[in-house]
Structures are given as structure tokens and as C-alpha cells.
Design a protein around this ligand. Structure first.
Ligand code: ADP
Length: 168
């Protein structure tokens, strides 16, 4: 059976931490569905379409064009387990950076496991080189004129600097 993993998040923008988790997921699953949560009323820095482009550009650079074919990006605004079911995913991927992530993710995994026992949550550990990275801080650094290039893939650094400049 084709192993399908769903990796949900906001990816606003995709960071080196997300790419690290994607790399680990590609080793475990045949297909990875990156599910971008879109919420009416919450204004992201990058549009959904821009985030899709950045994820694919970063994945192509990091893993190559062939591996990039195994990644699909979708939008969702409903429950994560509902989008996992709709996409036929057996695995729900979450990255763990620290104890704070763990406490919250344990609650989510417990509740999702009750709602959808057929979907297995898989926790993947952040690598030491990227475990400190959060998209929220990346956005804040860029918006305050800082250089966030150390935390994001090459394909993201330029568009990030541009979008914050154009938003001034
Ligand atoms: P962030 O928390 O950075 O705003 P998301 O909400 O898009 O990012 O997170 C989506 C998923 O990616 C979550 O499971 C989160 O734990 C994981 N993740 C985010 N950043 C990292 C990182 N630096 N290392 C490992 N996993 C991460």
C-alpha cells in the first residue's frame, strides 16, 4: 500500500526546520502532502499560492526534482484529521523542537487519535542545526529589517526580503 504522510502547518514561510522534517518524512513515506492551514481573518505574510511555490522551490533545491514530485501541497481550513482522511493519509507528521512542542503535540495526538484512530501521528525530532527556528521569529526578524537568510532555504530568502520591503 502506498504510504501517504500528511504534514500540516502554516509554512509562512517554509523554513530550514520544515525542510529538515520534510527530508525525514520523504525517507518514511511514498508521498508527502504538505497541508497549509488557511484561516479566514488571519492574514499571512505570503499568500497560499506563494507558499506553495516556495515549498516546491525549496524542496527542488534540497532534494532534487524527482523527490519534489513526491510532495504535494494542499490548502485546508477544516480539522487536520479531515484533510488527512480526504487525502488518504495514514500518517500525520509533526516536528518536535522542545518540551513545549511535546506537551502541546501530545494533547493534539491524543485527541486526534480518539477522533481518527486509523491515522497514526508520527513525531519527528528537529535536527540540532535547525531546532531553534520558528517561522514566527523568521517573519519578525525580516519585518524589523534583519537578515533571516540563515534560517530559510535560499529560494525563500529573496522573496522574504522583498515582501517585507514592499509592505513598508
Ligand atoms: P512554525 O511553528 O515555525 O510557525 P508551523 O506552524 O508551520 O511552523 O509548523 C508546522 C510543523 O512543523 C509543526 O509540527 C512544527 O513543530 C514543525 N516545525 C516547525 N519548525 C520546526 C523546526 N525548526 N524543526 C522541526 N520541526 C519544526
Amino acid at each position: 500500500m502506498k504510504r501517504i504522510a500528511l504534514y500540516p502547518g502554516s509554512f509562512d514561510p517554509v523554513t530550514n526546520g520544515h525542510i529538515d522534517i520534510l527530508r525525514q518524512t520523504l525517507a518514511l513515506a511514498d508521498e508527502v502532502i504538505v497541508a497549509i492551514g488557511v484561516h479566514p481573518g488571519k492574514k499571512p505574510l505570503f499568500s497560499f499560492e506563494q507558499r506553495v511555490e516556495l515549498i516546491h522551490a525549496a524542496a527542488r533545491d534540497a532534494f532534487g526534482a524527482v523527490e519534489n514530485e513526491r510532495i504535494r501541497v494542499v490548502a485546508f481550513s477544516n480539522l487536520v484529521i479531515e484533510v488527512a482522511r480526504a487525502e488518504g493519509a495514514q500518517y500525520l507528521i509533526r516536528g518536535l523542537r522542545d518540551g513545549t512542542d511535546l506537551d502541546y503535540e501530545m494533547q493534539m495526538a491524543g485527541m486526534n487519535g480518539t477522533l481518527a484512530p486509523e491515522i497514526q501521528t508520527v513525531f519527528l525530532p528537529a535536527s540540532p542545526t535547525s531546532r531553534h527556528i520558528t517561522a514566527t521569529l523568521v517573519r519578525q526578524i525580516a519585518q524589523m529589517g534583519g537578515n533571516a537568510a540563515a534560517f530559510v532555504p535560499k529560494a525563500v530568502a529573496g522573496p522574504l526580503a522583498e515582501i517585507v520591503k514592499s509592505g513598508d
